[in-house]
Design a protein. Sequence first.
Length: 275
Amino acid sequence: MSAFGEFRIYELIVILYGLSLIMYFYDFVKQDRKANKMAFWLLLMVWFLQTIFLFGEIYISGTLPILSLSEGLYFYAWLILLVSIVVNYFYKVDFLVFVINVVGFIIMVIFLVSHLTNSDTTFGVQFIGEMLFSHIILAFISYTLFTLSFAFSVLYLLQFNMLKKKKWGRTIKRLGRLGQLEELSYLLMIIAAPLLFISLVLGVIWAYTANDLFYWFDPKTVGSFIVFVIYSVILYRKATKRSVGKDLAYSNTLAFSILFLNYFFFNLISNFHFN
């Protein structure tokens, strides 16, 4: 296989892995077995592709490729994925599988960066550039989805107050049902949260591999992780029935305010990131 073909298949592995994480997260929050099955089949595809490369290396070298750091990372990622597939198939411990695959995804991306930068400078530079592009695009997509979620929460609060004050009329009918507005707001948060997490992972790894100055305590970095944690807490509270209706809408509004502050204000005082 050509170096370019290998490069693209590795990219496909990372994409499929990321999609699997999104499906597992959706299933964990919404208890959707269809999403769980889709995530499982995506993991199988990733493991199958990884296995082809692993046994190809064994056939070429005549030994298990674990002696270098890059090879060790790949074998480690392969083992993590194998364990998660076994656990998912036999024990159905969904949260454990999700956490295991978060770790596996991070290790796989680190391996890919290490492998490409060491083996071929052209593809290494290209991949690092694409990783930065993916980081930015995923961040903007997640921010857009969070914005739409916020909009539905505002509509929910508006309709809730109108119903409380018994203001009937055309306007209230055009806003939509309360249950529908709450569900749409919740669904958009479920999709946006894992996208933001993947974006953060790619951004951190890119900053280290691109030799760019990276500050863990930079306001933009800290703010981005705080935003992710806040939305994760909101989703957890909603999934456990601790936050519904008006409480969920208010929490979402507060979270979006922090996201807005992080994007515009913290970006001005950040030491990097679009400066």
